[in-house]
Design a protein around this ligand. Sequence first.
Ligand code: NI
Length: 228
Amino acid sequence: MLVKVPNVLDAQQLAAVRALLDQGRDAWVDGRVTAGYQGAPVKFNQQIDERSEVAHRCQDIILSALERHPLFISAALPNVVYPPMFNRYGEGMAFGAHVDGSVRIHPHTGNKLRTDLSATLFLAQPDEYDGGELTVEDTYGAHAVKLAAGDMVLYPATSLHRVTPVTRGVRLACFFWIQSLIRDDQQRSMLFDMDSAIQILNQTKADDLARRKLVGCYHNLMRQWSET
Ligand code: NI
């Protein structure tokens, strides 16, 4: 399931992150430093050094925004969020088809994190660059994603995906992974649908007892399926 999560960053937070990334010019390195053997030959971009001060300050802004975003929580059911990373594609840069690594070491805790979901948070407006679509493949075909700055897409980390070549301007984005409380994408999708339906029923103030029972089912499914 691909989920669009709009307005993860408001205009002020976006401006703050953009200014930090702009100031931190020295911290941009070749993107291949974090690529695995599959990704390295097809990866042509730049990344902010994840140990840099700039990265840490941007991570704080984004992680605190995510914690307060109900749609992100409902769709991802996060257990552990990998500290966000930042990339930059100038003209001619691209990232060929690949699947993200399944397990990463959390840079702060040293613990292993299973990547259930991949996230891309767009930091440049669509009119700032041409090309640079994130293309995610699922059983229904390829989906090209290019969102407004501040909006994010969540997609199963099992998906084959790529970033098409940038032909004008600069594509700036933030990317990271989530270990979800619900490992299975289909189970997580069903819980997301159920939660979305409950939110609508709450707004319409539909039958109170029936809603309580439905909320109970949601939590009991979470109890059955979640792992921490
Ligand atoms: Ni990737």
